[in-house]
Every structure is written in C-alpha cells, then in structure tokens.
Design a binder for this molecule. Structure first.
Ligand code: GLC
Length: 536
C-alpha cells in the first residue's frame, strides 16, 4: 500500500467518514469532539480502515453543520483545539490511520471577517469584490440579479441594506467567494498548505463543481437539471485551479507516511460524462463516485451504475460510496426502495417492520458489494452499525437549513447525522435526539454479537486487506447470472454474488465461502443476501 510498489495508498484505501459532532463526545455536552474521536481510534483501527475523513471542525456558527466556516485555520472551541488536532493526527498515524480534512472553498460563513468587511464597505469596493455582489434587476433593483436557485431551496441571492445583492448557492449565511479575484485562490492555497503542513494525508473538496461563476450571470433555461453545467456549475476554469492544487499536493514527500497526498472532489453531476474534464491527468487525484447511491436495490440499475463508474474512471480514482452525511441512510433507502434523488423526500411515519428488516439485510449485502468492487471505498460513520435514517425527528429539533428553507417540503439531512450509539444503555445528551431504542445498534451491543453488521464489516475489511483479488486487485468481470442477481469475478480466485430477487438462487461454482451477509445453506443464496466466494 505504499508508493514503493508504484501505487499510492489511496488507490485502494477504505476511508471512514467522521461527522465529528456526531461521532464521540468526550465531555458530555452532547456534541462530539476531537478528543472523543481520539479516544475511539482503537475502534477504528479494529474496524480496519486506512484513513478517516473529517467533515468540518473549524470555527463556525453551525448554520450548515460546520460547512459555514468563519476561520479556515482553527478548530471550533466546541470541538477542541489545534493541539488536540495535532495529537489526533499523531495518534492516528501510530495506528497506521491517515487523516483527510474537508476544504470548503465555494463559500464561507457570513460571520467570516472578510464577509463582515465586505458588508461594512461600499458597493464597488475591493472588500466587496472578494464576494459576488451585484445590483438587482427591475426598475428599483428589487429583483435578484439572476434566476439561480439555492441548493437548499429559495433564491441564491440575498439583498443587503444598500440595495446590492450577494450570491449564496447554499444558505443566506454562506456567501460565495469570488474566485475570479486572485486573492481567493491565494487564500485557499495557504489554507491547504496549513493543513498539509500539519500532517494530513488529503483533502476532501466541498462543492468542487461550483466555485467559478460566469460573470454575466446567465439565467438558467427553464427545466434545466440542477446539476447540469451552467453559469455556476462545472465551469472550465476549475481545472486550472485543480492543477495548481495538485502541484501543492505533490510538493509533499510521497516516500514517507502518510504517502502521496490526495484530494477528493465532491462533484454531483447530471450524467457521468459531466465528470470527464475533472478526470484529466494532473488535476484532482480523486472524485467521489456517487453512482451506487443514485439507484435503488435492483440488479439492473446497480449493474449499470457499476459499469458507468468503471467506464469513466474506475474505483481508485472514483471511490465507491453508498452513503454520506447528505444522503438518507442505506438501510432506510433499501427498505423503501428509494434511490437518492437530488430532491428526494422521505416519509415521516414509521416504516413497516418487514420492510425495515429487508432494508437491514440489503444494507449488509450492499456493504459486501461495495467492498468487493475494484479500487477505494468510503464508509460513512454508522453504516458499519447498520443505523437507519431517523425519520421522526420533531420539527423543532431539526437543524438542517434545507428543512427551514423548503418550508419542511424536504426533511433535510438531520436523520443521517444523529450521534452514534456507543453504549447499550441509555445515551447521554445529544445535539440531535437519539431514538430510545438505539442501544441495540450500539457498538457495545454489536461488538458482542457474532452475527452483527459491525462484525461483518470488520471481517470484510480484514478479508479485503488479505485477499489479492480485492482492493486494487484484478479487474472485475460480470458472470452469467440468474435474473435479479449480480455475479462477478476478480482474479485471482474470487467471486461475488448477490441475490436481489424474491427467491433463492444457486450459488455460482466455488471452492469455499469466504464471507456471507446472511445465512447460506445447501448451496443456495437466499434473497437479499450477498456472498464472497473463493474459486480454486
Ligand atoms: C456539501 C456538503 C454539505 C453542505 C454543502 C454546502 O454538499 O457535503 O453537507 O451542506 O456542501 O457546503
């Protein structure tokens, strides 16, 4: 896994996404923190991950879960100190775990000193030019400068008292930087070096598709896909910026831990082809591959999703994901037969028990699918516990601006951000309420149950590390398979099979069972079950 074999560690890494406020709380204030995470490094080492990605832990008014950053080079006092961060990096390294941090370059918090300076300055000032301030349209300028929508609902423009409008592709409290102003690329080059100098192995680049804006602010044509190339998405200028970031990454020594530095872009897209420019050589080393989240638990769509991702880039450059902090939990998506759609809504009522059980079985099978595919995989905290989406959070406890900005039409993302249950007994306070029965998903409970999903994940990661066909291993090849199943091989000697239908199917030819997501007897594979097979 070093660079010594000509490959970078990240090409087949299993990376664990930590949402720090919801991971582990060391001081009992209901909010997870860096010291809580430090205390749980042994848990992550046992799980067997190669790296952790921390979503933002920087000072922030928390209007968008920390993606509203008011200081890019510090730690929010609620979560700890820079010294805690340094200790985290050092202790993680001692367990062979690398740390990836989130860079949020599209926007900052309205409380960032540079935005405060812009508000205090007059139209046309250099302070305002760091952001995107414009006059409005209409006779008195009372109409927004363009019809661009905020991704969180409502318009992407807010008017200030002197009559100008500023652009925010997300919440009003998240003004977009003006990347055409050379001060902004310079600022972020410094931010990136600041964290790389502290020993981080990589960057996750937030909203990596949206930084540059067409200065003409062209209106979106009616009916345009929200993730299609537009005046604010997938602009050509991005690629020169990413080449300059790659140079920064490559200026750090690859020969010693943590190895070659990576950056992984969050680029949501309308069609996979939109990703092509991002994949040119010399730019961002990696991009998330969201294909598996865009389809329901059905063999045909899943197979096409895998093929689309493989054709485009493969899993080393575009790691596989089945969930993250923005998307309903896999167990619940699979229970309800949902794909994550950009504008998806979830029911608020209870989920039928049989559906929930099927969702839980499918989440186990999906884990084996994800971890058998070639390349790298990202696991979002709680997937290894099989946590469901919490769909019945009371309105007054919801925090995601999406809920508020859409008048509750979209429930938002709080349901996948509820703090992890560590103990079987009642949990302490938590910033989003934990369902009373969550002890059954706790690390304490699942660690003691040989059949738990946690043990399945631990075993899968161990087998994956040891088996030469897995990770970067041999290419995958689809094998002939009964309807509603997925079967592929990888060399040397590995076969994956999953049954997504209603009736059992025969196991494909094999010489042994390495691991299965559920009981497998008499050579047949039951519905909602996946298996890793050896073929001699
Ligand atoms: C990304 C993050 C999401 C955040 C948004 C705005 O999509 O993953 O959580 O709300 O960017 O920063």
């Amino acid at each position: 896994m070093g660079v010594s074999d000509g490959h970078a560690w990240w090409e087949d890494a299993v990376v664990y996404e930590v949402y720090p406020r919801s991971f582990a709380d060391s001081d009992g204030d209901g909010v997870g923190d860096l010291n809580g995470l430090r205390g749980r490094l042994p848990y992550l080492a046992d799980l067997g991950v190669d790296a952790i990605w921390l979503t933002p832990f920087y000072p922030s008014p928390l209007a968008d879960g920390g993606y509203d950053v008011s200081d890019y080079c510090a730690v929010d006092p609620l979560l700890g100190t820079l010294a805690d961060f340094d200790a985290l990096v050092k202790e993680a390294a001692a367990s062979g775990i690398r740390v990836i941090v989130d860079i949020v370059p599209n926007h900052c918090s309205a409380e960032h000193p540079l935005f405060q300076a812009a508000l205090a300055s007059s139209p046309g000032s250099p302070e305002r030019d760091r952001f995107i301030f414009r006059e409005g349209r209409g006779q008195d300028g009372s109409l927004p400068p363009s019809n661009w929508p905020s991704s969180f609902g409502g318009a992407a423009w807010t008017r200030v008292p002197d009559g100008q409008w500023y652009l925010h592709m997300f919440d009003t409290t998240q003004p977009d930087w003006n990347w055409d102003n050379p001060a902004i690329p310079a600022l972020f080059a410094d931010v990136i070096r600041f964290w790389l100098d502290r020993g981080v192995a990589g960057l996750r680049v937030d909203v990596a598709s949206a930084m540059f804006k067409d200065p003409e602010l062209p209106d979106n044509p009616p009916g345009q896909h929200p993730l299609a190339p537009s005046g604010y998405r997938h602009r050509a200028e991005l690629q020169a910026l990413y080449r300059s970031w790659r140079q920064i990454l490559d200026s750090y020594p690859a020969g010693e831990f943590p190895g070659q530095r990576t950056a992984i872009g969050e680029v949501w897209y309308d069609v996979p082809g939109t990703l092509a420019p991002y994949l040119q050589p010399g730019g961002l080393p990696q991009l998330f591959n969201f294909q598996l989240m865009l389809v329901p638990w059905e063999a045909g769509p899943l197979r096409r999703a895998v093929d689309a991702a493989q054709d485009l880039a493969g899993g080393s450059r575009a790691p596989w994901v089945i969930g993250n902090h923005d998307v309903p939990r896999p167990a619940t998506r699979y229970a309800l037969g949902l794909a994550h759609q950009y504008e998806s809504t979830l029911p608020r009522g209870p989920i039928d028990t049989d559906d929930a059980r099927a969702g839980a079985r499918r989440a186990r099978a999906a884990a084996l699918l994800q971890l058998a595919l070639p390349g790298s995989a990202y696991i979002y905290q709680g997937e290894e516990l099989g946590l469901p989406e919490v769909i019945d959070i009371p309105d007054e406890a919801r925090q995601d601006p999406v809920f508020r900005r859409t008048g509750g039409r979209r429930l938002g993302r709080d349901g996948c951000r509820v703090p992890l249950p560590w103990r079987a007994g009642p949990s302490g306070p938590s910033w989003l309420p934990q369902p009373p029965d969550w002890g059954r998903y706790s690390v304490e409970t699942e660690s003691a149950e040989p059949e738990s999903i946690l043990i399945l994940y631990r075993t899968a990661l161990r087998v994956r590390r040891e088996h030469p066909a897995l990770g970067r291993g041999g290419a995958m090849r689809w094998l002939e398979s009964p309807p509603d199943s997925l079967i592929f091989s990888r060399e040397p000697g590995f076969v994956f099979a999953a049954n997504l239908g209603q009736t059992a199917i025969p196991l494909p030819p094999h010489s042994g069972i390495l691991l299965s997501s559920g009981p497998v007897t008499d050579g047949s594979l039951p519905p909602d079950t996946a298996v890793w097979l050896a073929r001699g």
